[in-house]
Every structure is written in structure tokens, then in C-alpha cells.
Design a protein around this ligand. Structure first.
Ligand SMILES: Cc1ncc(C[n+]2csc(CCOP(=O)(O)OP(=O)(O)O)c2C)c(N)n1
Length: 329
């Protein structure tokens, strides 16, 4: 459980450093922070193997870290530098780490859902036992591609777990204003089994996912998870924390009651499984890793103009087939 706290502290410190770097102009363009949702990343990705796949939307930094992309290349990508995980060409919304199964970072709401379904199909086609986890926001369940993907995945029993990061808002719109049904019921009619979990409880999330991953790996077919969470920051760096769509009291209350890191920390302290000193040391280590990532990003050069057209198109292999991850089977 110490490692759970260590990992979540790293995600939090990473996002705080990104916020600071954005404020002083080191990061430009879009930047969506994941602060408040760390337990979903760790609990839902932790039980996976390296060869399993993860796709997500644009709020993607901590999920990349959880899947094993190093902090330095993630920060350098935010800085738009050549040392970035997408060589500085993608930025915050397009973190990538194909070598560790992190298949992006996608900016169009819901666009990763059919891609994940395609990866599930490819796993089945090749006869592998990998699992693909697809994160989506609650707003993305209103995309047509969501229903089409779940329907297909159910018919073909694809090894995909669709995890909704249900933080209650899509930009400034409360989910209840755009859906007559709660998130957990939105897979209804597709035949994909639905599960709900307290996404602020890392242990509950981990346990559920451990079970689902084992089931899917042994052929149970697709699963759907409503992970109930909350974002403590604005939709993106250009938004105020609460905006006009939720009150400051609501946000402050949730931060007080529902912080996944505070919850785990207090549980460990109360059970005397952690001392204050150990906690400080752990936090210090997380800050060091992040400082090093910021240093790495700052020293990394901008992408060269010659790189402008590389990686723009996929290469077709000698069999005339095109594979997303470059594997030739
Ligand atoms: C197809 C499409 N429509 C609209 C947008 C603009 N947009 C960007 S983020 C967003 C809200 C998405 O909210 P949600 O899926 O709940 O994810 P969260 O931001 O809460 O993580 C919208 C509407 C977009 N990027 N793509």
C-alpha cells in the first residue's frame, strides 16, 4: 500500500508542476489536469501487464505515468520538446508510449473508443491474451461511437474494458443535464456487463480491476466500469476551478471529503502502517522525480524542422498490412 501512496503522490506532484510550468509559459496550448482523479489511473491500470493496452482522452498525463511512460518524456511532451514521448509533436493531449502499451492521448471526445475496440479485435485476430483498457469521460458516453463500439465488442466478445471516469461534468455541463440515465446504466442494451466503483478509493478500484482483467483475459468478453470520481481543477488550464457550473463550496467540500490521496494516507496513518516521517520522505522522493522531469524537459531541444513530416503517416509492412504498434504478425 506504500507503493500506492508513492505512485499517487508522484501523479499529484507531476500535475502541480505542470500547472506551474503552464502559468509561466513553458507549456502552451491545451493542458487538462487530472488532479483529484489519481486513484482511477492507479487502480485501473496497476493490475495490467506491460503488454496490455491503455487508451484515453486528453486528460492523459497520469495514466501515461501509470502505464509506465517515464516522467521526463511526459513532461518534455508537455513542453513541446524533442525528448517528449511523441517527440514534442503531440503536446499534452497526445502522450504516447507504444513500447509500454500506452496508445494515447486522443483529443476528440470519444475517438479513442472505436480505436480501443479495434485493438481488442486485433488481439483476438492474433490469438493473444492481452487486455485493452479504454478510459473515457462521462460526456463521451453520448457519442454514437460509444454505443456502436460496445455493441460490436459484445457481439465479438472482445477483450476490452471500457472505464468511464465519471467526474460528473463534461466541461461546464453536469452529466445529469444531458442524460436521463446514470452513467452505470448507459451500457444497457449492449449486453456488456456494467460495474460501479468508488473511484476515489484506490484499493476498491484495484480489486475490481484485478478481477475484471482476469475474467477478460480468460475470454469473458468486454466489461464496462463506472468509476465515480471528481476533478479538483477546471476543465483545462484556461478554465477557472469552479466556473459558473459548480459552486466553490461544492469543490471545496469534495476536496475535503473525497481526496483519494488524503483518504489512503489517513487510512495508513490510522492503522499505524505509515509514519509521518515515511510520508515526508515519500513526498520528497516524488518531488525529486518531478524536478528531474522538469529539468529534463527544459534542457531538451525543440523538434527539428526535418521532423515535421515524419510519423505523419503509418508505414505499410511487406505484407501490405498496416499495424498501429509496428508489430508484424
Ligand atoms: C467530438 C468533440 N466534441 C466536442 C469537443 C470539445 N470538448 C472537449 S472536452 C469536452 C468535454 C468532455 O468531457 P468528459 O468526456 O466528461 O471528460 P472530462 O473532461 O470530464 O475528463 C468537450 C465537449 C471535442 N473535443 N470533441
Amino acid at each position: 500500500m506504500h507503493s500506492f501512496l508513492r505512485d499517487m503522490l508522484l501523479y499529484r506532484r507531476f500535475e502541480e508542476a505542470a500547472e506551474e510550468a503552464y502559468a509561466i509559459g513553458k507549456i502552451g496550448g491545451f493542458c487538462h489536469l487530472h488532479i483529484g482523479q489519481e486513484a482511477v489511473a492507479l487502480g485501473m491500470i496497476g493490475p495490467l501487464r506491460q503488454e496490455d493496452y491503455v487508451l484515453t482522452a486528453y486528460r492523459d498525463h497520469t495514466q501515461a505515468l501509470a502505464k509506465g511512460v517515464e516522467a521526463g518524456p511526459v513532461m518534455a511532451e508537455l513542453f513541446g520538446r524533442a525528448g517528449g514521448s511523441a517527440l514534442g509533436k503531440g503536446g499534452s493531449m497526445h502522450i504516447f508510449g507504444a513500447d509500454v502499451g500506452f496508445m494515447g492521448g486522443h483529443g476528440i471526445v470519444g475517438s479513442q473508443i472505436p480505436l480501443a475496440t479495434g485493438i481488442g479485435w486485433a488481439i483476438r485476430y492474433r490469438g493473444g491474451d492481452e487486455v485493452c483498457v479504454c478510459f473515457l469521460g462521462d460526456a463521451a458516453v453520448n457519442q454514437g461511437a460509444f454505443w456502436e463500439s460496445l455493441n460490436m465488442a459484445a457481439v465479438w466478445k472482445l477483450p476490452v474494458i471500457y472505464v468511464v471516469e465519471n467526474n460528473e461534468y463534461g466541461m461546464g455541463t453536469a452529466f445529469r443535464r444531458v442524460s436521463a440515465l446514470p452513467v452505470v446504466e448507459r451500457a444497457g442494451g449492449t449486453g456488456v456487463p456494467a460495474h460501479a466503483v468508488d473511484g476515489q478509493d484506490v484499493l476498491a478500484s484495484w480489486r475490481l480491476m484485478e478481477r475484471l482483467v482476469a475474467d477478460v483475459r480468460s475470454g469473458a468478453g468486454p466489461q464496462y466500469v463506472d468509476a465515480r470520481t471528481y476533478r479538483f481543477k477546471g476543465h483545462s488550464m484556461s478554465d477557472p476551478v469552479s466556473g459558473t457550473y459548480r459552486s466553490k463550496e461544492e469543490v471545496e467540500g469534495r476536496k475535503r471529503e473525497d481526496d483519494p490521496i488524503t483518504r489512503l494516507r489517513d487510512r495508513l496513518l490510522d492503522a499505524e502502517l505509515l509514519t509521518k516521517k515515511e510520508l515526508e520522505a515519500m513526498d520528497g522522493e516524488a518531488r525529486e522525480v518531478v524536478n528531474e522531469a522538469v529539468r529534463f524537459a527544459g534542457e531538451s531541444p525543440p523538434p527539428s524542422p526535418e521532423e515535421l513530416y515524419s510519423h505523419a503517416y503509418a508505414e505499410i509492412n511487406e505484407h501490405g498490412r498496416l499495424f498501429l504498434d509496428g508489430r508484424d504478425r
